[in-house]
Design a protein around this ligand. Structure first.
Ligand SMILES: [Ca+2]
Ligand SMILES: [Ca+2]
Ligand SMILES: [Ca+2]
Length: 468
C-alpha cells in the first residue's frame, strides 16, 4: 500500500526545506565577509530609583565592530509601547539627526547618556526603541535596541516621620521643653489630590505611614498657637527608599515678636530738596539679647527718602546692631526729599529691620506729602459693554459729569467726559484722588482711587465703571 502524506505535512516539509536553504545560504557567508563599518548598539536605563516625574536617563553604548571607520552616525529614539517617553531637547549630542553625525573608528566604543521624560498619566511603563544609522553599515540587525524604562510604580508609598520643636533658646537644637505638641503637620505635593495631615504628639513627633512617592513632597505645619515660623520650602524627593523618617524641623520665632520698630518723621509735608528728619525707635521686648541687626530701606521709583547708609551706624551695612533684653534705642537719621517726589505729591520710607540669624523682622512704611505741583489730570471713564475686559471703541462713558475728591471727600474738581469718555480736570494739585461720575455708575473695583502725577512722569488713568 502506498503511503501518502497528508497535505499539511507536505507543506510542513516544504517549509522546512526552505528554512534549511536559507540557513545554508547564511552559513555560507562568513560574518567578517563584508568589509566596512558595522555599528552595534546596546542601551539600558542606568541603575537608580527613578520616578515618573524624573528626566530618566538611558545609557546608549555604540561600538564599531566592523573593520572600517563609521561616519555620519546618527541615532533616533521613539516610544515602542506604553506611555509616551519623550527625549529631552538636545540630548543626542553629535548623534542628533539634524547634525553632521558622529564618527567611530574600527573597534571604537562610546557610551552616551541621553535623557527623556514620561509624559501624560497613562499607566504602565514605556519601552523605548533606539535606532542607529550609519552609511555603509554592513549589518543592520544589531543597530537597534529596545529599552524598558521602569520607574518606581507611582502607587508606591513610604513612611515620613520626624519631630518638630520651637527653638526657644536659639541654639539650633532641640532642647528639653522645646517640643511642639498638638501641631497639625501636613505633607503635600504635585499629584497628591489633597495633603495628608497628622497632629504632633507630646514629644512633637509626627508620622505619615504612607506618603505616595514623588519628586516634590513638602512637610509643613498649621495651627501653631505659638507663632513659630517653619521652613516651608524644603523639598523632599520620595522614591520609596524611606530615607525621610527622622526629620528634625526647627521652628523659629519671628524677629518681629521681640523687636519693635517705629519711625516718626518731623513733618507731614515737605518741599522738594528739604531735609526730612526721621526718628527711629527700636525696642527689644524679648527675653534674649538680639544681635546682628540691620536696617534696609527699599528703593522705589525715585520718590523715596534715601537715608545715607552710614547714618545707621552699627545697624548699617556692617550688620552689627545689638539690643539687650528690654533695651530701647533711638536713632536719628535724615534724608533729602527728592525733586521727583514733587511730581507725585508724595515721598515715602519703607524700611525693614532684620537680623543675620533671624527671620521675619518688622517692616515700617510711612508717607509724607510733597505738595505744590499742579497739572491737568487726564483719564478715561468706561464701561465694558462686551465683557472682554478691554476698552473697545464705543465703551467710553460719554458726556457725563465727573468729579475728583480727596480721600476725606472734599470736592477738588469737576469736568465733563467727551464723546469717547475722555475727561480732563485742569490744573489739579498732584496726589491721590477719588474719581466719581454722575448717574447710576460705580467703579468696578469698589474704589476708584487715582494717582495724579505731573508730566513727564504722569499717565492717563482709566476707571472702569459698572451700573450701580
Ligand atoms: Ca550594525
Ligand atoms: Ca534649642
Ligand atoms: Ca470691552
Amino acid at each position: 500500500m502506498r503511503r501518502t502524506l497528508p497535505a499539511r505535512s507536505v507543506r510542513a516539509v516544504g517549509a522546512l526545506t526552505s528554512a534549511f536553504t536559507l540557513a545554508g545560504a547564511m552559513a555560507a557567508v562568513p560574518a567578517y565577509a563584508d568589509p566596512g563599518p558595522n555599528l552595534k548598539i546596546t542601551a539600558a536605563v542606568p541603575d537608580g530609583r527613578w520616578l515618573r516625574g524624573d528626566h530618566i536617563p538611558i545609557d546608549v553604548t555604540i561600538t564599531n565592530i566592523g573593520d572600517a571607520k563609521a561616519t555620519e552616525v546618527r541615532a533616533t529614539g521613539s516610544t515602542y509601547s506604553g506611555p509616551y517617553y519623550g527625549f529631552d531637547p538636545n540630548t543626542w549630542g553629535d548623534l542628533d539627526t539634524n547634525g553632521s553625525g558622529a564618527s567611530f573608528e574600527a573597534g571604537e566604543s562610546r557610551t552616551y547618556r541621553v535623557t527623556g521624560y514620561i509624559w501624560g498619566a497613562e499607566a504602565g511603563n514605556p519601552v523605548v526603541r533606539i535606532d542607529l544609522n550609519a552609511p555603509g553599515d554592513t549589518d543592520y540587525s544589531d543597530n537597534s535596541a529596545d529599552v524598558p524604562v521602569n520607574p518606581i510604580p507611582p502607587e508606591t508609598t513610604e513612611r515620613v516621620a520626624g519631630q518638630v520643636y520651637g527653638d526657644k533658646n536659639r541654639d539650633g537644637l532641640l532642647s528639653p521643653g522645646e517640643e511642639l505638641a498638638g501641631l497639625t503637620a501636613l505633607v503635600g505635593g504635585p499629584g497628591l489630590p489633597q495633603p495628608l495631615s497628622v497632629v504632633t504628639d507630646s514629644a512633637g513627633r509626627f508620622a505619615f505611614d504612607a506618603v505616595p512617592v514623588g519628586t516634590i513632597r513638602v512637610v509643613y505645619f498649621r495651627n501653631d498657637p505659638g507663632g513659630w515660623l517653619f521652613p516651608e520650602g524644603d523639598v523632599m524627593r520620595l522614591d520609596g527608599s524611606g530615607t525621610h523618617q527622622n526629620l528634625s524641623v526647627q521652628g523659629r520665632q519671628p524677629l518681629s515678636q521681640a523687636l519693635q520698630a517705629t519711625i516718626a518723621l518731623d513733618k507731614t509735608s515737605y518741599a522738594p530738596g528739604e531735609t526730612a528728619k526721621a526718628t527711629v525707635t527700636l525696642t527689644n521686648s524679648g527675653e534674649h539679647p538680639l544681635s546682628g541687626l540691620f536696617v534696609t530701606c527699599r528703593d522705589g521709583d525715585g520718590t523715596e527718602l534715601k537715608i545715607p547708609q552710614e547714618q545707621w551706624g552699627a545697624f548699617g551695612p556692617t550688620q552689627a546692631g545689638a539690643l539687650a533684653p528690654g533695651q530701647r534705642l533711638v536713632l536719628s537719621v535724615t534724608a533729602q526729599v527728592p525733586d521727583k517726589a514733587a511730581y507725585f505729591g508724595t515721598t515715602f520710607l519703607d524700611c525693614g529691620f532684620n537680623g543675620k540669624t533671624y527671620v521675619s523682622g518688622p517692616q515700617v512704611f510711612l508717607q509724607a506729602k510733597v505738595p505744590g505741583k499742579r497739572a491737568d489730570a487726564r483719564g478715561v471713564a468706561w464701561v465694558d459693554k462686551n465683557n472682554n475686559w478691554q476698552l473697545d471703541d464705543g465703551e467710553g462713558l460719554a458726556n457725563t459729569t465727573a468729579t475728583l475728591s480727596t480721600r476725606d471727600n472734599k470736592l477738588v474738581s469737576f469736568a465733563r467726559t467727551d464723546a469717547k469718555g475722555n475727561v480732563t480736570f485742569p490744573g489739579v494739585a498732584v496726589g491721590e484722588y477719588v474719581f466719581r461720575v454722575a448717574g447710576p455708575w460705580e467703579a468696578i473695583h469698589g474704589d476708584s482711587t487715582i494717582l495724579h502725577v505731573a508730566p513727564p512722569y504722569g499717565w492717563e488713568w482709566r476707571v472702569q465703571l459698572k451700573p450701580r
